[in-house]
Design a protein around this ligand. Structure first.
Ligand code: SF4
Length: 692
């Protein structure tokens, strides 16, 4: 029996665990003393490894390469040589015929690790010659990255997960940590136990609201109006830190001009929050000796998400809650390595280390390091995942190389996404399971899973952590970066790596932010937070020390914008708002957690729709009754969860269920800057199914 140190492959909390291996099989997981989790795990950490043991509860494992030579035909098992040769030939033909920008690629924010993401974007930029590379950050915290880069300079948490409990005030906005990051929720509880004030802004009475000093139960879709009202109170009541604002920020006059129309009394009808509560919340936040803002998908999955992120960071700037311990802004990243995927440049506007693709000097640096002609490199921002269906239907994207993503389950308006896929000429899926997307592929490239390989993840607080291989893979599978390297080589660009560390050392040489994060340092310290620019640098627990921001002028940029209504409002035909949410026992598209026996038994029904008792009664719906949920785009069957924590006029569904997938209903109104879809808001109707 042996115990292997790893990092949980689910959420961005970055919990360390020990995989206990006996006879080549994982038999249990134990909590380890990681920087963020300190010997605690949630149920996904304890029971989420079981998919490695052939449970086959939801989907079969991909065990060998397969090709579907004709659309509509069957998959044919093939050798690796044939799979690589065929994929390289088809990609080369499409590149030659339609140009490099006709090919889209993805990295993966899950178990594959940072090294693979680096290699995938190198493949896209250096071999295909396109910046068309993206990841699931596009549908979650893309707005946090874009917004914070503009106001503060870095698209990441400014603070550390471990320090949340030391803050004296937590403003928790659109973030249900109990379901999405249970170990971060423990930090919130600890902060409460230490006497912190907790202010929750959420339409539902979520778990955190139960321990909060104030719960501002705003109406769905009104975030910008409430954030502007917060700013209004800080200025009008002179609660803001005038010296700090004068010394370290710009934009106060414009900010004041925009928020002047958002007196809490004037927007009460819009936000649904009594003005007295709004004023009290800001008095508490501004008076606290240290305060932290945390947010999640309740902020970012809206058509006006980037503006709200900028507005939230402006509250921290107005009150001087940045640049020191126990304070900050915390977009708590969803998937275990979504921060890492962005760090590694699987985003269409930046190379690894957040270096801009439109900067000629940056392109020249990468071209030289990779031994390619700089003139061949794409000098424009590439395509985002959420634009692919539209561009495929317009004939501009022809091929899609998808690694560890399941867009046919996880993206908004699945009817539209399916149409986009039908228009593509060639789809390659590299994954560990036969996901819904894999079922539609032309080529399936089976990869090793978390547990079967090692590497580096970045958790939500910018902390790089190594994870180790626990067991040997049983099937005819290869490491993700090896598959990509073989395709690159077949396409005429020789690419070969012996191990993860070789890739890591190549990328940190190219990234000043990460240069000092060596494998040895991660081994010694366990958790190293970027920026870490030199070999003797210990990493950075909090950003913006001495209130020097990483913006071009070194200042924090105050920002407010007028509120914009969500794209699709309830009406007589579709009178309820649908909002997508998380479920604590499962993760993302459920391909991994759905294949774990213990997690599967927790929730074996096709999801739920949470509905307020008064709305349920008016519709003649009883608790646990089967119901139809219908929007202008689709209709799904699910079970009612009549729940008094739900606000009147709205219903909530998870996107994880294969039957009754709520993304059949959602719509793809995109934030104009981040191109993140508005999956938190669309109009639906719910009706009882009475013959059951
Ligand atoms: Fe920790 Fe998140 Fe894994 Fe739970 S799912 S053990 S909170 S990393």
């Amino acid at each position: 029996m042996k115990k292997i140190t790893s990092v949980c492959p689910y959420c961005g909390a970055g919990c360390k665990l020990k995989l206990v291996v006996d006879g080549g099989k994982i038999i249990r997981a134990e909590a380890a003393d990681g920087k963020t989790n300190q010997n605690e795990l949630c149920l996904k950490g304890y029971y989420g490894w079981d998919f490695l043991n052939d449970t086959k509860l939801l989907t079969p494992r991909l065990t060998q390469p397969m090709i579907r030579y004709e659309r509509g035909g069957k998959f044919t098992p093939v050798s690796w040589e044939e799979a690589i040769r065929y994929t390289a030939r088809r990609l080369s033909e499409i590149k030659a015929k339609y140009g490099p920008r006709s090919i889209m690629t993805t990295g993966s924010s899950r178990g594959t690790g940072n090294e693979t993401n680096y290699v995938m974007q190198k493949f896209a930029r250096g071999v295909i010659n396109t910046n068309n590379v993206d990841c699931c950050a596009r549908v979650c915290h893309g707005p946090s990255v874009a917004g914070l880069q503009e106001t503060l300079g870095n698209g990441a948490m400014s603070n550390s997960i471990g320090d949340i409990e030391n803050s004296r005030c937590l403003l928790v906005f659109g973030y249900n940590c109990a379901d999405s990051h249970p170990i971060v929720a423990r930090r919130v509880i600890k902060a409460r136990q230490k006497g912190a004030k907790i202010i929750v802004c959420d339409p539902r009475r979520i778990e955190t609201a139960r321990i909060a000093d104030q719960h501002l139960q705003l109406k769905n879709g009104c975030n910008m109006a409430l954030v502007n009202a917060f700013g209004y109170v800080l200025l009008e009541e002179e609660l803001y830190d005038k010296d700090y604002v004068a010394s370290f920020t710009t934009g106060l006059d414009e900010y004041r001009e925009t928020v002047k129309d958002y007196a809490p009394e004037a927007v009460e009808h819009l936000t649904g929050v009594p003005a007295k509560q709004v004023r009290q919340a800001m008095r508490t936040y501004a008076a606290a000796p240290s305060a932290t803002i945390m947010w999640g998908m309740g902020v970012t999955q809206f058509g006006q998400a980037v503006d709200v992120v900028k507005g939230l960071s402006s509250l921290a700037l107005l009150t001087g809650n940045l640049g020191r311990e126990h304070v900050g802004v915390g977009p708590v990243r969803g998937q275990n390595n979504v921060q890492g995927a962005c760090d590694m440049g699987v985003i269409p506007n930046q190379f690894p280390g957040y270096q801009n693709v439109v900067d000629a000097d940056v392109r020249a640096k990468f071209a030289k390091a990779w031994g390619i002609d700089v003139a061949a490199m794409d000098d424009k921002v590439g395509v985002r995942i959420t634009e692919v269906p539209h561009l495929a239907l317009e004939g501009k994207v022809k091929a899609y190389y998808i690694m560890g993503e399941d867009p046919l389950q996880t993206e908004a308006d699945l009817g539209l996404v399916r149409k986009g896929f039908e228009a593509l000429e060639f789809v390659v899926v590299q994954d560990i399971f036969m996901t819904k997307t894999a079922e539609q592929a032309d080529v399936l490239l089976p990869a090793t899973s978390w547990g079967e390989h090692g590497g580096v993840f970045t958790c939500a607080d910018r902390g790089f952590q190594r994870f180790e291989k626990a067991i040997e893979p049983k099937y005819n599978v290869k490491r993700d970066w090896e598959i990509i390297s073989l395709i690159a080589t077949e396409m005429g660009y020789p690419m070969h790596y012996d191990n993860n560390q070789q890739i890591w050392d190549e990328l940190r040489e190219l990234c000043p932010l990460f240069y000092g994060v060596t494998y040895e340092k991660m081994g010694d310290m366990g958790h190293v937070q970027w920026p870490c620019p030199t070999l003797d640098h210990p990493g950075t627990p909090y950003l913006y020390q001495n209130n020097k921001f990483d913006t071009p002028d070194g200042k924090g940029h105050l920002f407010a914008a007028p509120w914009r209504a969500p794209a699709e409002r309830p009406d007589a035909d579709f009178p309820l708002v649908l909002c997508t949410v998380r479920e604590v026992g499962h993760y993302s598209c459920r391909s991994m957690t759905g294949n774990c026996a213990a997690l599967q038994t927790l929730a074996d029904e096709p999801g739920f729709v949470q509905i307020n008792p008064a709305d349920a009664e008016a519709l003649g719906i009883k608790d646990k009754q089967l119901v139809w949920v219908e929007s202008r785009r689709g209709k799904v069957i699910t079970r009612a969860d009549v729940n008094e924590r739900i606000n009147h006029g709205s219903v909530y569904m998870t996107y994880q269920w294969w039957i009754g997938a709520c993304n059949e209903l959602t719509q793809d109104n995109l934030d104009p800057i981040s191109k993140t879809p508005e999956t938190k808001y669309c109009a639906v109707r719910v009706s009882a199914i009475n013959d059951q």
